[in-house]
Ligand binder design. Structure first.
Ligand code: NAG
Length: 315
């Protein structure tokens, strides 16, 4: 009897076999983050740096091409934001650009190459089959900003045209220097914007009338007007003060509980696209777990005793 009992217990606690699935998942994640020695990923079209602890700077880095988005950049952009979403050393991302302007839009050379590939097909159905996944991939590149669990601050200097507007419309916060202007340029090249501007821009800017005017005319929308209509929330004198301010705000956000910051982003993105009741249900589901996180206790205690700001663990 005793032996059977011992045997039962032994069987119950027998060592777990190595979980190959978990190991695979770990390797996959590690390679997605593309850790270099300092855990800063390296890309051809983006320059990633860490100006302050927990603050990552992602710079569009094709200055000689005015940061036009080519096929490599579309791909790397998604990889970069997907990686930072999981990187516990990153709490906030500042999205900026190298060179004299933020972004000239889609790289027309890349478009031309796509046109040549498209010409291989005669039939409209086959052409559509070729194009649809391309468009969706491009959409996913910018949706990666929104799906990224960390807040993204877009810091725009100079021109931000076409796909550049689609890009920053997916950011959490937008700041610009006074020389910045935006242009929803797609109409001028005979196409409908298809990577996020028409879906996100109207939800940021309150005036439907202004949105439609900007879309139909493709006119320049200067920083002062963007500030007045709420597309940007801050305008700085020059590029340097723009970057300084963006990093300063990022540092502030990075000092808060990452559980609270990431949960807030998730809830705001969800609630934008759902009813009030659905949003409330969603956050109730989330918070019934997250209110039990150590962050909640630590932050409440720190507020109560008005002591040093609390240090939060990586997330
Ligand atoms: C930006 O920050 C740097 C480094 O902290 C500082 O030297 C510089 O004066 C700042 N520039 C402006 C315009 O605030």
């Amino acid at each position: 009897m005793k032996i059977i009992l011992v045997l039962c217990i032994f069987m119950y606690i027998k060592p777990v076999e190595p979980n190959t699935h978990l190991i695979y998942l770990y390797l996959q994640t590690a390679s997605a983050l593309r850790y270099s020695t300092e855990m800063i990923p390296v890309y051809k079209t983006l320059a990633v740096s860490v100006p302050k602890p927990f603050v990552y700077m992602v710079k569009l880095n094709r200055p000689e091409k005015l940061n036009a988005i080519n096929p490599i950049m579309w791909k790397e952009f998604k990889e970069c934001f997907d990686g930072l979403s999981l990187n516990p050393d990153c709490r906030v991302i500042v999205l900026s650009a190298a060179g004299k302007m933020f972004c000239a839009g889609i790289d027309l050379q890349g478009m031309m190459e796509m046109g040549q590939n498209l010409a291989k097909y005669e039939d409209i159905a086959r052409r559509c089959k070729f194009l649809e996944p391309k468009i969706k991939d491009y959409q996913e590149s910018f949706t990666a900003i929104e799906k990224c669990s960390k807040p993204v601050i877009a810091a725009v200097h100079g021109a931000c045209i076409g796909a550049g507007v689609d890009m920053i419309s997916a950011a959490d916060i937008r700041y610009a220097s006074s020389n910045a202007y935006f242009q929803i340029k797609e109409i001028d090249i005979g196409m409908v914007a298809d990577v996020g501007t028409l879906q996100r821009f109207p939800k940021i800017v309150g005036s439907d009338s202004l949105v439609r005017e900007l879309v139909y005319t493709a006119r320049k929308y200067p920083a002062t007007e963007a500030l007045k209509s709420g597309f940007i929330s801050l305008m700085l004198d020059n590029e340097e003060s723009l970057l300084n301010k963006s990093i300063e705000i990022a540092e502030n956000i990075a000092s808060k509980s990452p559980v609270a910051v990431q949960g807030s982003k998730m809830s705001m993105v969800y609630s934008r696209d759902h009813s009030v009741q659905e949003g409330l249900d969603h956050i109730a589901m989330h918070n019934k777990a997250m209110l039990q996180s150590e962050d909640f206790l630590n932050a409440v205690m720190a507020q109560a005793v008005k002591g040093d700001p609390p240090i939060f663990s990586k997330l």
